[in-house]
Design a protein around this ligand. Structure first.
Ligand code: GLN
Length: 300
């Protein structure tokens, strides 16, 4: 069978199954299995494929047609140029989170020697991107999930990035003791989807991605409140920065709860690429270290 024919077959199957972006998914599957880059696929369209390759392509296509995310089917995702292994033990890194890295880098400015903590690292995408962007920094990543930490550790190794991984439960009273204090930057993308929204999620997310990384029960502010409370235990050093990804409906509430904290001097809300309030940046006791860069909304 030729590349062109199997490509058409896969694209049609995905289209009929109403998989979002059927063409892009078909390209991804083929490129992975015949080992070529998307720009070279067209020049390979008359190549004849081996029987095994055809079987593997069809198997992958069937799984995607059942709305399993292509990243789980092929076992990896790309995030800010990093090749990351993913499995259903970790969330598939999202473009919003790539944007949060830019916001965090902007907020901390050019000082490259920071101590950074990523809470709830999952695949390690945030921690590894920070280490990649700021190689002289010390990056610590924690998660409650042992299988997620295993994946994140492997991703660090495969990408040659030296990050410290710690198993820690944000909700436990010894969290700060476990992860340490005095960070310059704390960054997190905690679970923020209320259980009541579960049924509205695409089935690709609902049926395959880890609930522990997505759902926050019935209090959408709980994780943020706990992070804000831990600031008082020395998690951030003076002048440190907190950068959080939030549900679009709750960015303002997260901003407000941080503003109410004694030593939080400045809070900004930033929109995502769709223009929806998505990120909250807070500066901790930072009279001499104002939040840098963006100033869209500022309240103290
Ligand atoms: N942005 C993710 C989603 O839509 C949710 C991530 C999270 O809960 N932290 O599906």
């Amino acid at each position: 069978m030729h590349v062109k024919a199997i490509f058409r077959e896969v694209e049609k199957l995905l289209e009929q199954a109403s998989v979002p972006s059927p063409r892009r998914t078909a390209v991804w599957i083929l490129c992975e299995i015949i080992r070529c880059s998307p720009i070279h696929l067209i020049s390979r369209e008359d190549d004849r494929l081996g029987r095994n390759q055809v079987i593997r392509i069809r198997e992958a296509a069937q799984r995607c047609a059942a709305h399993e995310p292509v990243q789980y089917v092929l076992g990896y995702a790309e995030f800010r140029g990093l090749h990351l292994r993913v499995s259903p033990d970790v969330l598939i890194p999202r473009p919003e989170t790539e944007q949060m890295i830019e916001i965090a880098l902007d907020a901390v400015g050019p000082d490259g020697t920071l101590e950074v903590l990523d809470i709830g690292t999952g695949s390690g995408c945030i921690a590894l991107s920070m280490k990649h962007a700021l190689p002289a920094s010390q990056v610590t990543a924690c998660d409650i999930s042992a299988p997620a930490l295993q994946i994140a550790r492997n991703n660090a190794k495969k990408n040659g990035l030296d990050v410290r991984f710690i198993m820690a439960d944000l909700m436990s009273c010894d969290f700060v003791h476990t992860v340490g204090t005095g960070y310059n930057l704390v960054i997190a993308n905690p679970p923020y989807i209320p259980d009541s929204e579960r049924s509205q999620l695409p089935r690709m997310v609902r049926n395959y991605e880890p609930g522990i990384a997505l759902f926050c029960g019935d209090d959408p502010l709980e994780f943020y409140r706990v992070i804000a409370d831990k600031l008082g235990s020395g998690l951030l050093r003076q002048g440190g920065t907190l950068v959080l990804e939030t549900h679009v409906d709750y960015a303002d509430s997260v901003g407000t709860l941080l503003q109410q904290k004694k030593d939080v001097l400045q809070v900004q809300i930033e929109p995502d690429l769709a223009g929806l309030s998505r990120f909250v940046i807070a500066n901790y006791s930072g009279e001499n270290h104002p939040v840098r860069g963006r100033t869209q909304t500022t309240a103290t």
